[in-house]
Write a protein that binds this ligand. Structure first.
Ligand code: PDD
Length: 284
């Protein structure tokens, strides 16, 4: 049986899930999205994702067509009806369908779609072995703090990574890593400091980043928010990236240069473990 997809108020099959070719998400990437993990059939850190959704839509002057409680009911209905034990819920809102014109259309109704994907997150083999990354220039626009559906630069970065047999692309601007194509990047220095770039318009405020920093702080780890270069990442003791769907993912090489011992670091694995424990305990 086909999974159900939510489209503007209705739960329909994948085949029935359609929007207009005049939708501004399609024509202009005039839209916002969110991705929330599902563990044990429950939503992980969902309020942080919904807070960021509110922030992103406000930043582009778009009103969500559903109130938060109704949105959560849609997410939960999809997870339950699609039988998702582990995976993700994707949500996207656009400015709706209207005659093609750059400026906002008068009276267009926002489009809201949501669907689920099943995915093995906890026992992902990549988490045990660690993954490799490439570096690539950050080609994106100047408001990367907005979770916009304009993802072409990330699509190209990820494809370059895949071509190189790697799982992630570390995007670099002015000699410093901004973030991964779909993740936040961290290093752990040989002095045991956890380093990640401070929030700004240069990167997405990762929900997993926030949770991991809180947990690291609680376990007494030393955190420094500053930007770092690829060279520094390669000289670090450990490296990892975080995202809603990868959790804490160890990185063992960048551009073919081995990091640390070339296998997942102890502190990274510990952070992954405590992140999973907390995610499980707090999912709703
Ligand atoms: N991406 N930076 C970018 C550019 C991202 O696309 C993502 C997540 C993150 C991590 O944010 P969070 O921890 O809140 O997931 C950072 C999602 C998973 C995606 O596009 O599928």
């Amino acid at each position: 049986m086909s999974d159900l997809v939510y489209v503007n108020g209705a739960f329909v099959t994948r085949d029935e899930a359609k929007i207009s070719v005049f939708d501004r998400g399609f024509l202009f990437a005039d839209g916002i999205y969110e991705v929330c993990a599902v563990l044990d059939g429950r939503l992980v850190d969902n309020s942080a994702h919904l807070d960021r959704l509110d922030r992103s839509v406000a930043a582009i002057d778009l009103a969500l067509p559903l109130a938060r409680d109704a949105l959560i009911r849609v997410q939960k209905a999809l997870v339950a009806r699609n039988g998702v034990a582990e995976g993700l819920v994707y949500m996207q809102v656009t400015r709706g369908a209207a005659d093609r014109d750059f400026s906002f259309p008068a009276g267009a109704t926002p489009t809201l779609v949501a669907f689920t994907q099943k995915k093995q997150i906890l026992d992902a083999p990549a988490a045990a072995s660690g993954v490799s990354a490439i570096s690539t220039p950050d080609l994106r626009w100047a408001r990367r703090d907005i979770k916009s559906v304009a993802l072409l630069a990330q699509v190209l970065a990820k494809q370059a990574a895949r071509r190189a047999g790697c799982a992630e692309a570390f995007m670099v601007e002015d000699g410093l890593v901004t973030e991964g194509a779909s993740s936040t990047v961290f290093i752990i220095t040989r002095d045991g400091e956890i380093v990640t770039r401070p929030l700004s318009t240069a990167l997405l405020p990762g929900c997993t980043r926030k949770a991991v920093l809180r947990l690291a702080r609680e376990t007494g780890m030393n955190i420094v928010e500053r930007a770092f270069s690829i060279d520094e990442a390669c000289a670090a003791a450990e490296c990892f990236f975080t995202s809603a769907t990868a959790f804490v993912m160890p990185v063992v090489s960048v551009d073919g240069r081995m990091i640390g011992a070339g296998k997942p670091g102890q502190a990274t694995l510990r952070l992954r473990e405590i992140y999973i424990e907390t995610a499980r305990a707090t999912a709703e």
